[in-house]
Design a protein around this ligand. Structure first.
Ligand SMILES: Nc1nc2c(c(=O)[nH]1)N[C@H]1C(S)=C(S)[C@@H](COP(=O)(O)O)O[C@H]1N2
Ligand SMILES: [Mo]
Length: 424
């Protein structure tokens, strides 16, 4: 709250002053108190100690590479292969090769395909050459469409995928790119994803580019995270971010052909916003306030609010209201960017520059930062003994409450979380 308030006051001091002065004597006193407390950086920040303790216990904003949850197919999973085997099959920086070829079934016209057979495939040194000209970093939460909760948050670093696509010199009949990684040389184990080529060539709005990623939180991408090189698609669920990538196929196919589509997944669905709890007192004392914390995934539609609602289970639920839109929700506090980033960064220093971060201050230019994560906290007034259900939800930047605007499960998790609380 401190830094957020400082920044707010710096940006809006004239307006804020006018507002409080407009309220007369009481207003100008309030202004004076607000301004001096912002300078002192505290007075207004006094939170309930119980809530402060819950906030202090929150997970770090960035996740250490090894602490990401792993979602990898393959028998055996490619990252579990012995080092010699990894070297043999191109899963090390020394032996990695990326081919860029035309789709024989729906050919795109390429002047200069990159193939292992011709000795023209891209190697890691070639990728680093491209990185000298154009290195991209962005913050992103990796979330599996099927699991729903984030697997980890990182600063992903790489080269725009388009820089490599252009090396193949496509000239015509290119509508889609599909790509896969090492799969134990067994076609049945190929896990493929795809993108419209327009998304690769151009970045809509303030989205970062699709990248060939080789670093995470400033360190080489580990084998488990998909190293030496994986694709990372900023606004997509995890299945678009193919690990151990070895081949791009440029195609004239006009529709998605992702492996993930086979299990009824909506493969064109971008990341949704949703809230979840982290700390909830499962058993509490009557009439004592309840300290609650949680996180929210910030999807492409942003997050303008996080709200909570504690419902007495002995009372009826709102009628004909599947998404509880008429319930008495209250706003939680969205916490400012963290004081410490975590994620195993040396000296906790972010690598620079990062897209959508201010290089001077190392702070995100927008908060809540899209495609990443925020934390929130709420202190709910005490309640009489009984059984209760706590629910939380996000409101996006357009004012649309979770689980809308896209409530279907197979386009990604957005269901409203509910947690039981017993008050005795
Ligand atoms: N080659 C390959 N890439 C893959 C997968 C896979 O099984 N094989 N799983 C995908 C899925 S479904 C998800 S959710 C993410 C998970 O990334 P993580 O294991 O780094 O957390 O990787 C994606 N990339
Ligand atoms: Mo996934």
């Amino acid at each position: 709250m401190g830094r957020q308030l400082d920044r707010f006051l710096a940006e809006h001091s004239a307006m804020t002053r006018r507002f409080f002065l407009g309220l007369g004597a009481a207003g100008s006193l309030a202004w004076a108190r607000l301004a001096s407390s912002a300078e002192a950086g505290s007075a207004l920040d006094k939170r309930d100690p119980q809530l402060e303790a819950a906030i202090a216990g929150l997970e770090s904003w960035l996740t250490v590479q090894d602490d990401f949850r792993d979602v990898s197919r393959g028998k055996p999973t490619p990252h579990s292969l012995p080092d010699e085997k990894k070297a043999e099959v191109g899963m090390t920086r020394e032996t990695w090769r990326l081919e860029v070829v035309s789709d024989p079934d729906n050919p795109a016209r390429l002047r200069s395909p990159l193939t292992i057979a011709d000795g023209t495939a891209l190697d890691f040194a070639g990728l680093m050459k491209l990185a000298e000209k154009n290195t991209v970093r962005f913050a992103k939460v990796m979330t599996c469409l099927n699991i729903g909760c984030p697997l980890g948050t990182g600063i992903w670093e790489g080269v725009p995928l388009r820089d490599v696509v252009w090396q193949a010199q496509p000239t015509e009949n290119l509508r889609r790119v599909f790509y896969h990684g090492y799969h134990n040389d067994d076609p049945a184990q190929i896990f493929r994803s795809s993108l419209p080529i327009g998304r690769v060539f151009e970045d809509p709005f303030d989205m970062p580019p699709v990248i060939l990623c080789y670093k995470l939180n400033g360190e080489w991408l580990t084998s488990e995270r998909g190293g030496p090189v994986r694709v990372v698609v900023p606004e997509a669920y995890g299945f678009k971010s193919i690990k151990w990538v070895q081949r791009l196929t440029l195609s004239n196919i006009p529709h998605a052909n992702d492996t993930y589509a086979e299990k009824n997944n909506d493969v064109d669905s971008p990341l949704k916003s949703f809230a979840a709890t982290l700390h909830v007192p499962k058993e509490a004392k009557a009439d004592e306030p309840l300290a609650i914390t949680g996180y929210a995934q910030v999807g492409i539609s942003g997050v303008s609010k996080v709200q909570v609602w504690l419902h007495d289970d002995s009372q009826p639920l709102p009628e004909d209201d599947r998404h509880f839109s008429t319930a008495p929700w209250v706003d939680a506090e969205i916490l400012s960017p963290p004081q410490k980033w975590g994620g195993g960064l040396p000296d906790d220093k972010l690598p620079q520059p990062i897209l959508n971060f201010d290089p001077e201050t190392s702070q995100p230019k927008q908060w809540p930062l899209r495609l990443a994560k925020i934390h929130w906290a709420a202190l709910l007034p005490g309640r009489p003994a009984g059984k209760y259900t706590l629910r939380c939800r996000t409101i996006d930047d357009k004012g649309i409450a979770q689980p809308l605007p896209r409530p279907f499960r197979k386009s990604g998790h957005a269901a409203i979380e509910q947690v039981g609380i017993k008050i005795a």
